[in-house]
Write a protein that binds this ligand. Structure first.
Ligand code: SF4
Length: 211
């Protein structure tokens, strides 16, 4: 990519981030700041991870996706297990703002909120142009259906390399402590990340130095 194209991509991202920062589409979340800034990762990353939504103690507080809470620490451990650094990936989520219940606890974003935010996810993918997309959990996987329909599920497709919208898609489980206890334990998730590593290595010829 030429220097001017990289600069143009950076400008477009800043404009998109500013739009997200001003977004009030979801009444229950419009007072929260959208987590979409340069802290999400390099906009020319070849690998994009998509989570569910910023967590109350995590990205909503730190502004860095998957950081500051146990999910973030688990995610860092999984990345480290395959030698992938945050400087090599872009991380975003199905909903850019932190959804909370009336008690103040984290909750799942509603289907309306996911739909509201789908335009931002679509435009982020179009801008970053990742070769590999890794979804973390069901909500992120389902959110992609709104952009380009698929029938993948975690039950059938977890840790398998699929083709989606002219990219490689690898559905993974969410790294939350609850999922690690109930659905996909540590050793299984570590194996899942090996699939990501292999997929990246297969594409290494077309990747930037560092891969
Ligand atoms: S979650 Fe997305 S659509 Fe909803 S208010 Fe935040 S940025 Fe806007």
């Amino acid at each position: 990519m030429s220097l001017s194209a990289i600069q143009e991509q950076g400008q477009q991202f800043l404009a998109l981030a500013a739009e997200a920062a001003a977004c009030v589409r979801c009444p229950a979340m419009c007072t929260r700041a959208a987590v979409l800034t340069s802290l999400n990762g390099p906009v020319d990353a070849r690998v994009m991870f998509i989570g569910e939504a910023p967590g109350r103690k995590g990205a909503d507080r730190t502004r860095v996706p998957f950081s500051g809470d146990q999910s973030g620490r688990n995610f860092d451990r999984f990345l480290e297990s395959i030698g992938l650094s945050r400087a090599q990936i872009f991380i975003t989520s199905a909903a850019l703002c932190n959804p909370r219940s009336a008690s103040g606890a984290n909750r799942r974003p509603s289907s309306t909120e996911i739909r509201n935010c789908s335009d931002f996810l679509t435009r982020t993918i179009d801008l970053v142009q990742p070769q590999v997309i890794v979804t973390l959990g069901t909500v992120a996987l389902e959110a992609l259906k709104l952009i380009h329909y698929h029938e993948f599920t975690l039950k059938n497709d977890a840790a398998k390399v699929r083709r989606w919208n002219e990219r490689l898609l690898i559905p993974l489980y969410h790294p939350s402590p609850q999922v690690l206890v109930t659905s996909r334990k540590e050793q299984a998730q570590l194996r899942d990340y090996q699939v990501v590593s292999k997929a990246i290595k297969k594409l290494s010829a077309s990747f930037t130095p560092g891969f």
